[in-house]
Ligand binder design. Structure first.
Ligand SMILES: NC(=O)c1ccc[n+]([C@@H]2O[C@H](COP(=O)([O-])OP(=O)(O)OC[C@H]3O[C@@H](n4cnc5c(N)ncnc54)[C@H](OP(=O)(O)O)[C@@H]3O)[C@@H](O)[C@H]2O)c1
Length: 238
């Protein structure tokens, strides 16, 4: 079976999860080099995926209700987050943007098919001049959008499956909060020595490192695709 169909079957089999957890099932999906870099440096764009992997990414998007990125990715890549390279519906676009830095001119806020959801900690005092719904949520200890609160609100708004495409700070935050359930990783055959996809997870001991199992892998064009479920161990009681 080709990798796209395998991943589709595997993802579809996860759906029972969200009914009991009352939050969306969260899939992290991004492309990295062999040394774990997602780009040369934060704030720079680097296309890493081959054409087959890009198609897979679009297919994955079509299998999720929502797609989320951080404001860093919006300001750098100005993505559309639509499904273009295969058939299927585009997921709901969502941005983590604590201080409402998304420009109304961002392509996500110029889409005519869907209103972008901006998850923020601010209560806007004026009109936002783009096609977006501003959703104000509580902040975490760092003053950023609280991820648990965000997922709960997304669940209430009907999002059952959420694809998180990056960038690094957002991927790291989901892993630290133990709120990512699955990972689909594209590994491009290059070395970048740049900005890593996963930052400091700040874990107390090695036994708390997230584990991926069962682990699946397959070549897709020049890229290696790896996918699996994420498992976490609770911090030992003090
Ligand atoms: N290779 C790939 O697959 C891939 C995919 C995506 C992006 N990228 C690259 O990654 C880079 C962007 O990554 P990045 O790490 O700089 O930015 P990012 O992860 O896209 O966005 C980070 C920002 O999100 C906001 N945020 C709100 N709530 C948050 C929370 N709870 N936890 C973490 N962040 C939260 C913060 O800004 P506020 O405090 O203002 O809210 C934070 O600075 C770009 O260079 C882009 O090209 C690569």
């Amino acid at each position: 079976m080709i990798v796209n169909q395998q991943i589709e079957r595997w993802l579809t089999a996860q759906t029972a999860f969200s009914e009991s957890a009352e939050r969306p099932f969260v899939t992290l999906s991004y492309a990295q080099s062999w040394d774990g870099s997602i780009t040369t440096r934060a704030g720079e764009t680097l296309g890493l995926s081959g054409s087959e992997s890009r198609r897979l990414t679009h297919q994955l998007r079509s299998l999720h209700d929502g797609i989320l990125v951080g404001i860093g990715t919006v300001l750098t890549d100005d993505p559309q987050l639509t499904v273009r390279e295969c058939s299927g519906k585009s997921p709901q676009p969502i941005v983590l943007d604590s201080w409402l830095r998304t420009p109304p001119t961002a392509r996500l806020c110029q889409r005519t098919d869907k209103e972008c959801w901006l998850l923020t900690c601010l209560k806007p005092d004026g009109e936002f001049d783009g096609n977006a719904e501003i959703i104000t949520l509580e902040g975490d200890d760092d003053g950023r959008v609280d991820l648990s609160a965000a997922l709960q609100r997304l669940w209430e708004k009907g999002i059952r499956t959420l694809m998180v495409e990056g960038g690094s700070q957002v991927i790291t935050a989901f892993l630290k909060a133990q709120l990512a359930d699955a990972l689909v990783l594209t590994i491009a055959p290059t070395l970048v020595g740049g900005y890593k996809g996963v930052g400091n997870l700040d874990l107390g001991c090695k036994s708390q490192l997230p584990q991926i199992r069962p682990l699946h892998s397959q070549m897709l064009g020049p890229d290696l695709i790896m996918w699996g479920n994420l498992h976490y161990r609770e911090a030992a009681a003090a």
